[in-house]
Design a protein around this ligand. Structure first.
Ligand SMILES: Cc1cc2nc3c(=O)[nH]c(=O)nc-3n(C[C@H](O)[C@H](O)[C@H](O)COP(=O)(O)OP(=O)(O)OC[C@H]3O[C@@H](n4cnc5c(N)ncnc54)[C@H](O)[C@@H]3O)c2cc1C
Length: 409
């Protein structure tokens, strides 16, 4: 039986680990936190996931929250100023709903399932010494955490990394009491150009259905005030204040909010980075990175958990296809390039929305307001950002694409 060790019990590591167990592999999964510590810890993400990514969970019999998690049924995108006037306003239902299950619920449940299906769960903070031992004892070691000395094994790919610092200060607030939208639940995106973004959607947490407030604040700008929020209540108060000031069209939904729990807040920064797939241990042994370790995006477009699911599905297929052959560097590079063929478009989509929007994207958004079929096409791109390529990034192609959706007179 082939032996695979995975470091990190997140979306990518657990989904791949459970999948490999079902395919008959001997799998060890290493987590630096117990299920109880994850369940009782701080929120880690807003983890909105769309149909394709949740579909891979369904294939493995792991999508256990389809009934209990409130659906994200569509996309609503607005851009405007503090005066409340919106220049862009379009909305569309999505082909299939998305969902956001708090990782504090999902990961502990999947850790138990991993063990139930016969996996070896090891609780330790794996470093280089542990990785050497796993590499000697396994056919393949996969690293699915970019943190600490283990994450440093993977060299930044300067040719594929656009930024060398964070582009936003990010804040999460899990709340109860947000007024429901009048039409349908949505990935509800508001942009205040040059200042930041507010993204909101429903989710499932320990205390039941809730809403997540994601504020993306341009560093040094008027929304970048998270150092002031020294208590959970101060964090909530600041979130509401920023919504009122910079996204006033959303303020009335936020008049009666309370935190889901004292650990339902987070503030931080991410440097979007692409890394090389092979990590070299001091002994010379090669280990393979996956998901966020290799393709880390700002959460502005909510794609990281989706990427993690898609990466896990793709790695699983590549591992199965490889049969009894050695998992050498050539195979690791080829597998990552297949993933990058998709993930590069997620990175392009995300990075495009971290910068002032190109003219053609503004024209696309304008046309979405007039044309529901085009709006649906863009809304569904959150499920598959590759579907926007290449026309979204090219002024001439974008105009042609808009034209192709024109309704005959
Ligand atoms: C504020 C914020 C909002 C986000 N919102 C969304 C969203 O709405 N939609 C979306 O798709 N994505 C979102 N993301 C991104 C998403 O959360 C990540 O991309 C996703 O969780 C990555 O999964 P992963 O399995 O690659 O890694 P991780 O989730 O980072 O999992 C790695 C695991 O490894 C463990 N670990 C770390 N070091 C070690 C070690 N040395 N030994 C053993 N274990 C270790 C960690 O404890 C962790 O459990 C958001 C991210 C942030 C920061």
């Amino acid at each position: 039986m082939r032996k695979i060790t995975i470091i990190g019990a997140g979306q990518a590591g657990l989904q791949l680990g459970i999948g490999l167990l079902s395919a008959g592999f001997d799998v060890t999964l290493v987590s630096n936190r117990t299920a109880e510590q994850i369940a009782s810890g701080r929120v880690m993400s807003s983890q909105s996931m769309y149909d394709m990514a949740v579909g891979y969970e369904r294939e493995l019999g792991l999508a256990w929250w389809d009934e209990s998690c409130p659906p994200i049924s569509g996309v609503h995108l607005r851009a405007g100023g503090s005066d409340g006037v919106t220049m862009i306003d379009w909305r569309s239902p999505m082909r299939a709903p998305g969902q956001s299950v708090d990782q504090r619920i999902k990961m502990p449940a999947w850790m138990a399932e991993f063990e139930r299906r016969g996996g070896h769960l090891v609780i330790e903070d794996a470093g280089l010494t542990e990785l050497e031992l796993y590499a000697a004892a396994s056919d393949l070691v996969i690293v699915s955490t970019g943190k600490g000395e283990v994450g440093k094994l993977f060299e930044r790919d300067a040719g594929r990394s656009v930024f060398d610092g964070p582009q936003r200060t990010i804040s999460l607030t899990y709340v109860h009491g947000m007024k429901a939208r009048k039409d349908y639940s949505a990935l509800n995106i508001s942009i205040n150009p040059g200042i930041g973004e507010y993204v909101n959607f429903p989710a499932l947490t320990h205390t039941g259905p809730c809403d997540i407030i994601n504020l993306e604040c341009i560093p040094g700008g008027p929304m970048d005030r998270w150092d002031e929020a020294d208590t959970p209540q101060a964090h909530l108060k600041l979130a509401v204040e920023l919504i009122r000031e910079f996204f006033p069209w959303e303020a009335e939904r936020c008049v009666d909010l309370r935190l889901t729990d004292e650990l339902g807040t987070l503030a931080g920064r991410v440097t979007p980075t692409v890394r090389k797939v092979v990590g070299r241990l001091p002994s010379g042994a090669a280990v393979m990175g996956m998901a966020d370790v290799l393709v880390l995006n700002d959460p502005i477009t909510g794609q990281g958990s989706n990427n993690a699911s898609k990466c896990a599905a793709l790695y699983m297929e590549a591992i199965l296809k490889h049969g009894d052959q050695p998992f050498d560097e050539g195979w690791m590079n080829a597998t990552f390039e297949t993933y990058w063929d998709y993930a590069q478009w997620v990175t392009r989509f995300t990075n495009t929305h971290l910068l002032p929007p190109p003219e053609q994207v503004l024209r696309v958004f304008g046309a979405c307001g007039q044309n529901p079929r085009l709006a649906a096409r863009v809304a569904n791109a959150f499920d598959d950002p590759k579907s926007l390529a290449p026309w979204y990034y090219d002024p001439v192609e974008a105009d042609r694409f808009i034209e192709s959706f024109a309704v005959p007179a």
